[in-house]
Design a protein around this ligand. Structure first.
Ligand SMILES: C=C(O[C@@H]1C=C(C(=O)O)C=C[C@H]1O)C(=O)O
Ligand SMILES: NC(=O)CC[C@H](N)C(=O)O
Length: 910
């Protein structure tokens, strides 16, 4: 019978073995060939997609899968954790190789898929001597079949296992004649080798690709889709497709694909909560009741210069340290320049209005969501399996209600909206890895922030903003006045040639409550043997092919005796946390610092890592970090660069870059994800880090729909879509979707994410990581958002009856990525270095250090003035360097002898 002429667009089934690179492969295929790709998990029930639920009467069977698969023109059997020898790890893949005659479909196996194919035709699966993860190999091929026309191929590898054909090159390390390399073996007569890797002596010759000699099956061991595979990767995909289509065109198509094929498949998302309910929630947040009202949210905003006001100055001016507070702080250089203009431009202070600020809590194990009022009392409670759909729905409604935007040339990235955190376990739940331990605090905790102060460190500008529904202009004006006065005071204080102002206590660091507290701090750190044993277990899992990289962590603790005053007064307790936070940021300045006091949670964070940010036009940026060198080792910057250029560090980073690309591809789609910075060394206070940047942008069609006709709203950087017909499901939520669908942060899990998280849960003894390893940040009503990875962070959770507790327990999680190349001792040291960078805030120190740190002469002078008061009427001038040095020495000597003279002239012992 003559072949049937096909007029429809070809369809390819992608079998996903729960890998963290699948969407990269799909994106690469979509960009290379004209076909529709449908993704399905290796263990999904094909009937669930093709037959209405009610009609489904039987469990999924291989026959049902075959029926389903034959509606496609090709199948890609993807990579994944585990072994082809384990049925659960390959799922439906093993059925593919059994298809006969007219049932057969062209298949392309990648890594696990390739191993599964070879296993089916006689090969065995063995462990590599040295696992290869995130490493790039020069792949030798014979230029035939799927390698036709390829130039030199450099390809990323992610495998621990390999295919053993009993080939002479594998058993004897030699061949009798060159062509023998490409000949099938006796053990596997149907498999023709197509490519080899000879680059690793200890591993020997490793099969990199093969094809079935008669059936339409091809496979590669390497990853053509990795960002570090060269352009030949695409050529291989195209070659496979042309082999596949030519095979398809030769076979008899008497049975046209069934009608099922046009049905929409692969919607893995659960259905949206009813709009009316998220709308009701939005109303509650805004008005405190559910009655739908035609609400318009206006951004009332004024600006002023920030002068030398620090973030802490502003926070204190608004009395936040005594109550609940949210501060997202971009660390600055000592001269108040942003640490990084790209990532550290803004700091955001969300003001909690006592009695008014509404909050949303979610608890993973119970699947309970709570709406709480301004007194932190539950006003509504309900069950849900998908808290993010609620948050999404509410944000969509809030955005729709946005009326008047601030009239300002440069806009703050946050106008108002949710600020808070999500725990690691809240992330785990999204990938179906339940945690077993009881919760002590909300897993998702967001406050609906209506008043905020944003500081633009680059323009030295302050935004005072309110989105309260009632007219809040008078608060905005009062706050502006308050700030204006403070700016004036601060600049006078730091200008020595003006009349000195009344000064605050110069020995602030000698706060006795704080120093007694610090003196009582005792650290408990994981035992080295235990940590190293866990690292070895990680490496065993990796060697078995269960994971490519595991980010192992553990929780260390600092216990401190609670001052009596804190037991008596909550504001004092909060203030102590705030002081500790200030010590943390002074010792470990970081671009993504944060202070949060919410509900029963205290978070002091000095994170160097951005999880994801997205602007109002939905362009997203992730900045994964992998690769850490501690400065404590006394290494120079050049040493750090050398170490971080080593294959081990680059491999760690590459795996996460590919993982993040996968996450963004899942939302932004093919062609819209780019790596704008690959493995750059960045310097932080206590460590050097290897940082990459991956960006997702809405496709041009989507971004056109996001454009507002009113250009006056547009600023080059900060722009906003004024669409009002939004139903909460369109491209306008791309950033949010990427945020919620990429949890938990890949840099804290390793890859492949799901399997790695399951292994880590056991390796970490089932202990919750809690807030550490989670994310914190904001969701702006204008449509943007920004979240940090919660690392280098101390967390305290007040137990329900803790008011009178005599001990504070600060937990400081720390860890690092373990790969096959890791050295347990160095990993342990790295973990300790990360812990110490945070624990330093709890160390006692002499006041000298504080002074030594101050490099700004004017700053030192204003401090010194308080010791050696200039005579009244005498003009104070900036001292010459020798004089300054002498004064400083005297000052230090005073401190050392334990006797210092205070500004009022009295003498005080330390
Ligand atoms: C696990 C931590 O950090 C993570 C691991 C890193 C690494 O392995 O190099 C670097 C940054 C974070 O993504 C931590 O700080 O505790
Ligand atoms: N990337 C993969 O598919 C890896 C396959 C298999 N788990 C291995 O380690 O060899």
């Amino acid at each position: 019978m003559a072949p049937v002429l096909r007029t429809r667009r070809p369809r390819i089934l992608y079998l996903d073995a729960y890998d963290s690179f699948s969407n990269n492969i799909i994106a690469q295929v979509e960009q290379s060939i004209d076909a529709e790709i449908v993704k399905c998990y290796i263990d999904s029930d094909p009937d669930a997609w093709t037959v209405p639920k009610a009609a489904k009467a039987h469990a999924a069977t291989p026959a049902a899968f075959m029926d389903f698969a034959k509606t496609f023109d090709g199948v890609i059997a993807g990579p994944g954790p585990g072994s082809a020898t384990c049925d659960e790890d390959v799922g439906w893949m093993s059925v593919l190789w059994k298809l006969q005659n007219d049932q057969m479909i062209p298949v392309f196996g990648i890594c696990l898929g390739f191993q599964s194919m070879c296993l089916a035709f006689g090969a065995s699966i063995e462990k590599l001597t040295e696992p290869r993860h995130g490493l790039v190999a020069n792949v030798l091929n014979n230029g035939s079949s799927i390698f036709s026309g390829t130039k030199q191929l450099y390809a990323t590898q992610y495998h621990s296992l390999h295919v053993e054909l009993q080939h002479r090159i594998q058993t004897k390390k030699s061949v009798r004649y060159p062509a023998e390399l490409w000949e099938p073996t006796e053990a596997c007569p149907e498999l023709q080798p197509l490519a080899w890797d000879f680059g690793n002596k200890r591993n020997g010759a490793i099969l990199m690709a093969a094809r079935h000699i008669t059936k339409p099956f091809w496979g590669v061991q390497f990853h053509p889709e990795s960002v570090c595979t060269n352009a030949e990767g695409v050529r291989i995909i195209r070659n496979w497709w042309s082999e596949a289509t030519s095979w398809n065109s030769k076979r008899d198509f008497t049975t046209l694909p069934s009608t099922r094929m046009n049905q929409s498949i692969a919607s893995e998302k659960t259905s949206q909560p009813k709009i009316s309910s998220t709308e009701a929630l939005a109303m509650r947040l805004i008005h405190g009741n559910e009655t739908p009202q035609a609400t318009v949210l206006d951004v009332q905003c004024t600006t002023t210069g920030s002068g030398r006001l620090t973030v802490a100055d502003v926070v204190e001016l608004f009395d936040s340290p005594r109550g609940e507070a949210i501060v997202l702080e971009s660390g600055l250089h000592r001269d108040l320049r942003p640490m990084d203009a790209g990532t550290g431009r803004h700091s955001i202070i969300g003001l909690i209005i006592p009695g008014e600020t509404m909050r949303l809590h979610y608890y993973t194990q119970k699947h309970v969501m709570e709406l709480r009022d301004g007194y932190d009392q539950v006003v509504q409670i309900w069950h849900t399996q998908d808290p993010w759909q609620w948050v999404r729905g509410v944000m969509a409604h809030l955005r729709n209600m946005l009326g008047q935007k601030p009239k300002s040339t440069t806009w703050a990235p946050f106008w108002g909206g949710f600020m808070g955190y999500a725990s690691y376990e809240a992330g785990l739940e999204t990938i179906n890895v339940p945690s077993k331990q009881e919760v002590e605090c909300p897993d998702i905790c967001f406050a609906y922030i209506t008043r905020s102060i944003v500081i633009d460190h680059q323009l030295k500008k302050l935004y005072v903003q309110s989105i309260r529904c009632t007219d809040d202009q008078s608060w905005v004006c009062e706050s502006l006045e308050k700030l204006y006065d403070a700016v004036g005071r601060k600049s006078l204080e730091s200008t020595p040639n003006t009349t000195p102002l009344p000064r605050s206590n110069p020995f602030e660091h000698q706060d006795t409550t704080l120093s007694t507290y610090l003196a009582s701090c005792a650290r408990s750190v994981v035992r080295k043997e235990d940590y190293c044993a866990s690292i070895v277990s990680c490496q065993n899992y990796i060697a078995d092919g269960q994971s490519y990289e595991l980010c192992l962590t553990n929780t260390n603790e600092i216990r401190a005796r609670r001052p009596r005053i804190c037991r008596l007064s909550n504001p004092e307790d909060n203030e102590l946390s705030w002081k500790l936070y200030k010590r943390l940021t002074a010792r470990n300045t970081a671009p993504f610092s944060a202070y949060m006091r919410l509900h029963n949670v205290h978070i002091l964070s000095s994170s160097p890592e951005r999880y994801i940010s997205w602007d109002r036009q939905q362009t997203a940026q992730c900045r994964p970090i992998k690769g850490t060198v501690s400065k404590a080792l006394g290494l120079t910057a050049a040493d750090a660069h050398n170490i971080l250029s080593a294959p081990k560090e680059r491999a760690e980073n590459l795996m996460i870059v590919d993982l993040v690309r996968h996450q963004l591809h899942g939302v932004y789609g093919a062609g819209n994800v780019h790596v704008s910075q690959l493995m750059q060394v960045e310097e932080y206070e206590t460590v050097w880090q290897l940082v990459s940047v991956v960006e997702g942008s809405p496709s041009s069609a989507a971004s056109r729909s996001l454009q507002t006709p009113d250009d006056s709203w547009m600023d080059n950087k900060d722009s906003f879509s004024a669409s009002t017909s939004h139903d909460g499901n369109s491209e306008q939520m791309l950033g949010f979707d990427a945020f919620s669908q990429s949890l938990p942060a890949g840099s804290m899990t390793g890859a492949p994410k799901k399997r790695s998280c399951e292994l880590l849960r056991d390796l970490e003894n089932g202990q919750r990581r809690g807030i550490y390893s989670g994310v914190l940040g904001y969701l702006d009503i204008g449509g943007g958002g920004d979240f940090n990875v919660i690392i280098r962070t101390a967390v305290k959770i007040d137990a329900p009856s803790s008011a009178s507790a005599v001990e504070d327990v600060w937990s400081i999680g720390a860890g690092g990525a373990v790969t096959a190349l890791s050295d347990p001792q160095s990993e342990y040291d790295e973990m300790l270095a990360k812990f110490s960078s945070t624990a330093a805030a709890f160390e006692e120190d002499s006041g000298i250090e504080e002074v030594e740190k101050e490099t700004d002469l004017r700053g030192i002078w204003s401090r010194l003035m308080e010791v050696e008061e200039p005579d009244d009427g005498e003009e104070s001038v900036l001292p010459s360097a020798p004089l300054l040095l002498r004064t400083l020495q005297d000052f230090q000597a005073g401190l050392l002898s334990g006797v210092v003279r205070t500004s009022d002239g009295s003498v005080r012992g330390r």
